[in-house]
Design a protein around this ligand. Structure first.
Ligand SMILES: [Zn+2]
Length: 439
């Protein structure tokens, strides 16, 4: 199988223009929240774009859309049977509030264009190939990021997910019903997951790594260790005019010192830390607060460094009489070493970059699926904002890189040393004459 080397700007623009107006708001950003009308329009678009390419879309029990080319359930040549070594590519179509155009859709559109390139080359994938649209990646509506992939893998249980509520008090169960879905179907889907032998997610870069390197595409190496913590700072409610400064117990002062402390500790330990959310009670202009609740988000490439930063912060919270609670923690998630070697071989020394952002790829990696990511340069380095951007030429470079990766994976089904390898050795001989690579 040989994929033709390029994709045209017109091809990219045509597909891109089909999604670029959906969910766009006055700020120039996007509001595409899970199971809203905008999301449903995008899901219909995805199904239609797949149908146009002769691919049927199936929806797994977690609500993710999969368009398989080749039968991932067939036994023997062309299909894996149990163990599912199909190749999946894709990303998500939902957004954060006023999010950028590229976060998610770039991966989906690029994956559909890879299918076009394979078709144009007259190729029939030696392994089943899927394009996936993960549901509710951003968690913008119900507060849990990567909801679709977490449900799929069982990392998020259906009962807990169904009870999540949006800002209007609508539960996920009600939102699903409103979207014509049966909430009782929502569940982990090991069968759908088994079909995925490996997953490669192309994504716009969400920092300035590539802009500084002067390169259009990078290979993702890992997702940083990351977590969220809550700190409750009790105070004493009182009148803003009649209470002497010396008599006050004002928890906003403690909060302010802790925000500064987080910054200082992050710098000392070489990690990033953010206090981006705060709740003040009773939240009145003329009332000294009775309680301030703050949140800390901390991340880094070295789990121990993040832990050290958080330990220092926890001490600082205790010093001001606060209560510190961990809400979540995910260890650094390295992408699959064998798959990274494949990407390196296909991409001729593209730079390596870890990422501080969470992705469905990380959830699948934690579920044991060999997973990798490609990042496309974002010259602004800004993401989750209308300022997020990728140059047209870089988008095309991303599509070509993804096509090369898929080509390599088609030829060499199964990871080196994996249980899949011997079963698929024959594909290596037949899919690309002269390849001869031993698995
Ligand atoms: Zn994303």
């Amino acid at each position: 199988m040989t994929v033709s080397g390029s994709v045209s700007q017109a091809e990219f623009d045509r597909l891109w223009s089909q999604v670029s107006s959906i969910g766009r708001v006055a700020s120039g950003g996007y509001r595409r929240f899970a199971w809203t009308a905008e999301d449903l329009t995008l899901r219909e678009w995805f199904a239609a774009a797949c149908a146009e390419r002769g691919l049927d879309v199936t929806v797994d029990r977690a609500g993710n859309q999969w368009a398989w080319w080749g039968d991932p359930d067939a036994a023997g040549p062309g299909g894996p049977g149990p163990g599912g070594p199909g190749v999946a590519i894709g990303s998500h179509l939902d957004s954060v509030p006023d999010g950028g155009a590229f976060d998610g859709p770039l991966g989906v559109v690029s994956s559909l264009l890879v299918v076009d390139m394979l078709r144009r080359a007259g190729a029939t994938p030696a392994r089943p190939l899927a394009v996936v649209n993960f549901a509710d990646e951003e968690g913008a509506r119900f507060g849990v990021a990567c909801g679709g992939s977490r449900l799929l893998t069982g990392a998020l249980g259906a009962p807990r997910a169904l009870a999540l509520r949006d800002d209007n008090g609508t539960s996920l169960a009600e939102a699903l019903r409103g979207a014509g879905r049966d909430p009782d179907r929502l569940a982990a889907d090991p069968e759908a997951l088994r079909r995925v032998g490996c997953f490669v997610e192309l994504h716009v870069e969400q920092g300035r790594g590539l802009a500084d390197l002067g390169r259009p595409v990078a290979v993702g190496t890992a997702i940083w260790g990351h977590g969220r913590w809550r700190f409750d700072l009790p105070g004493e409610a009182n009148h803003a005019g009649t209470t002497r400064l010396s008599d006050r117990r004002d928890p906003t002062l403690a909060h302010a010192t802790l925000v500064l402390r987080a910054r200082e500790l992050a710098q000392r330990h070489g990690v990033v830390a953010t206090c981006g959310k705060v709740r003040v009670e009773p939240n009145g202009v003329n009332a000294i607060p009775s309680l301030v609740t703050g949140w800390l988000d901390a991340r880094g490439d070295d789990d121990a460094a993040v832990r050290a930063m958080v330990a220092g912060f926890s001490d600082a919270v205790a010093e001001v009489g606060g209560i510190f609670t961990q809400e979540s923690w995910t260890d650094r998630t390295p992408f699959d070493a064998g798959l990274l070697r494949r990407l390196d071989a296909a991409l001729d020394r593209a730079p390596h970059l870890p990422t501080g952002a969470g992705h469905d790829a990380g959830i699948l990696a934690n579920a044991g699926v060999p997973t990798a990511m490609l990042f496309v340069r974002n010259p602004t380095g800004i993401s989750h904002s209308p300022a997020e951007y990728a140059e047209p030429g870089d988008c095309l470079a991303g599509v070509v890189a993804l096509a090369r990766v898929v080509e390599g994976l088609m030829c060499l089904a199964g990871m080196p040393g994996s249980s899949h390898a011997s079963r698929y050795r024959q594909f290596c001989r037949t899919s690309r004459p002269g390849c001869g690579q031993r698995l």
